[in-house]
Design a protein around this ligand. Structure first.
Ligand code: NAD
Length: 498
């Protein structure tokens, strides 16, 4: 593959950073150089914010555009992305380490996310309200308007998809955006912004700045010219962004980390529960915010389940993501080392490692950042591997005796993103998911996500929702309009007899 260089896209033009600084992108599969990106600072972010501000407040082309025209442009973006889907998936797989078929699914979802929000742009919004007539004959109704300049900051685990989950609704609602992808994974964003360029979005409507969170991200979070920041990433960064965003009290939407429970009752179908638990924790190398990283299983069922899960995990193929193995490498060497450190802490704290527990170095994998699928049995609540988000292919096993105990263990976390339950008792399944304090739950499955359904967390897993009609509203302000139908003097409060 040619070495790609990713520049910023500001005010309708590709630009290197003001400093001229550049960084290399490392292919996690083998440590080779897969690309370079311009490395931006606060000044570049400020230029992008200014362009978006001018486009929104002065040019007003995108927010003022006829909704059919805006929808057509978003549908064109979807079509162009679909046309380039093979290229986008291949680049995404190389850059992020995810198996090619998973990258293909991400691109497919991204295409349909644009189509979904293009459709929603013209859907009915707002409402009309009955009001008492003490002030005269009045009507009250509400309209939805774009928020303004939206700063969108995303992580590296689903680089294209996490970006599109924000960009598509923000644009459909008529906002102008400044997008900061993770500087680990900007390659698919290059394709996306080439598509925006081709689709004819007015200059300044979409801007992209690539650089570290400590400069570019902080400038976006702090700027009083940014009206909203929508962030996906770790809880610690989300807290920092919230504090910085308080300067102009901008709207804040946060999709953060998780340590999600996967509760399995003894009446569950063994094979089904094992396969879904594998998807829950090993999909995307476990680098998934909603990963079912804590298996909480009825004690009488544990041995049978762990034996089968271990057999299946040991049979997983690991290798170059382009060869479509079950699992690819982790994103960077430093992230791999962080995951390995958690594994060591699990062993030191007395958890029983029944599968994996090491860096995987067979054959060509020795050059990359691979971790074997890892299962820790006999875990207890105080262990670090049970409490903290590892963000890798590591799952812990705890047991319960009663339904109440299962829910209590599930909720003994500061996170509240997701959770699953496996049982053939329908009423119990519903009781349990209603007891889990989390925003996304699954019954007899784990991890499927749908563009039309709201996504987001309770507790330290987030604020607000992405996707669906609810996610669309995040990118809108609501204005109340009250109209007096029989204008004329009513006298100072004289007719005020509500
Ligand atoms: P991260 O918080 O380190 O970085 C995310 C983004 O924020 C990156 O673009 C980064 O450059 C930027 N950033 C870092 N520090 C910043 C700061 N102080 N101000 C502004 N921006 C800053 O997260 P990560 O390591 O890239 O991603 C992994 C995390 O993302 C995990 O915790 C995972 O659970 C979470 N995540 C959540 C969801 C969800 O939907 N809830 C989805 C995917 C990932």
């Amino acid at each position: 593959m040619d070495i790609l260089h990713v520049k910023n896209y500001i005010d309708g033009a590709w630009r290197d950073s003001v400093s001229g600084d550049k960084k290399e992108l490392i292919n996690p599969a083998d440590g080779s150089i897969s690309g370079t990106h311009t490395n931006s600072g606060r000044e570049d972010a400020a230029q992008a914010i200014n362009a978006a501000k001018r486009a929104f407040h002065d040019d007003k082309i995108w927010p003022g555009m006829n909704v059919e025209e805006r929808t057509d442009i978003l549908l064109k973006v979807a079509d162009l992305l679909e046309k380039r889907s093979d290229e986008a998936a291949r680049i995404e797989s190389i850059n992020s380490g995810k198996p090619l078929r998973e990258a293909e699914a991400d691109v497919w979802d991204a295409v349909h996310c644009f189509r979904y929000f293009a459709g929603l742009a013209a859907a009915p919004q707002g409402g009309s309200y009955q009001v008492p007539d003490g002030f005269g004959k009045m009507r009250s109704f509400s309209v939805h308007e774009p928020v303004g300049v939206c700063g969108l900051i995303t992580p590296w685990n689903f680089p294209l998809l996490m970006g599109v989950w924000k960009i598509a609704p923000a644009l459909a609602a008529g906002n102008c955006i400044v997008y900061k992808p993770s500087s680990n994974t900007p390659l698919s964003a290059k394709i996306l912004f080439e598509i925006f360029d081709e689709a004819g979005l007015p200059p300044g409507t979409v801007n992209m700045v690539i650089g570290p969170g400590e400069s570019v991200g902080q400038e976006i979070a702090e700027s009083s010219d940014v009206d909203m920041v929508s962030f996906t990433g770790s809880t610690a960064t989300g807290q920092d962004i919230s504090r910085r965003a308080a300067g102009n009290l901008k709207k804040v939407s946060l999709e953060l980390g998780g340590k999600s429970p996967n509760i399995i009752f003894a009446d569950a179908d063994l094979e089904g529960a094992v396969e879904w638990a594998m998807i829950g924790i090993f999909f995307n190398q476990g680098e998934v915010c909603s990963a079912g990283s804590r298996i909480i299983i009825e004690a009488s069922f544990k041995d049978k389940f762990v034996k089968r899960l271990t057999e299946r995990a040991k049979a997983m193929t690991i290798g170059n993501p382009l060869d479509n193995p079950d699992m690819g490498p982790l994103i960077t060497e430093s992230h791999m080392n962080k995951v390995l450190k958690y594994i060591e802490s699990g062993k030191a704290e007395g958890a029983k490692c029944v599968c994996g527990g090491y860096r995987y170095t067979d054959g060509e994998c020795a050059k990359g950042f691979y971790v074997a699928p890892t299962i820790f049995d006999d875990c207890s609540p105080a262990m670090k591997i049970v409490r903290e988000e590892i963000f890798g292919p590591v799952v812990t096993i705890q047991t319960f005796e009663t339904e109440e105990e299962a829910v209590s263990i599930a909720n003994s976390t500061e996170y509240g993103l997701a959770g699953g339950v496996f049982t053939t008792d329908g009423a119990r399944a519903l009781r349990v998911v209603e007891g889990i304090r989390a925003g996304i739950t699954w019954i007899n499955c784990y991890n499927p996500t749908f563009t039309g359904a709201p996504w987001g967390g309770y507790k330290k897993s987030g604020v607000g929702r992405e996707l669906g009609a609810k996610g669309f509203e995040e990118y809108q302000e609501v204005k109340q309009i009250n109209i007096l139908l029989n204008p004329g003097p009513v006298g100072w409060y004289t007719d005020y007899n509500l």
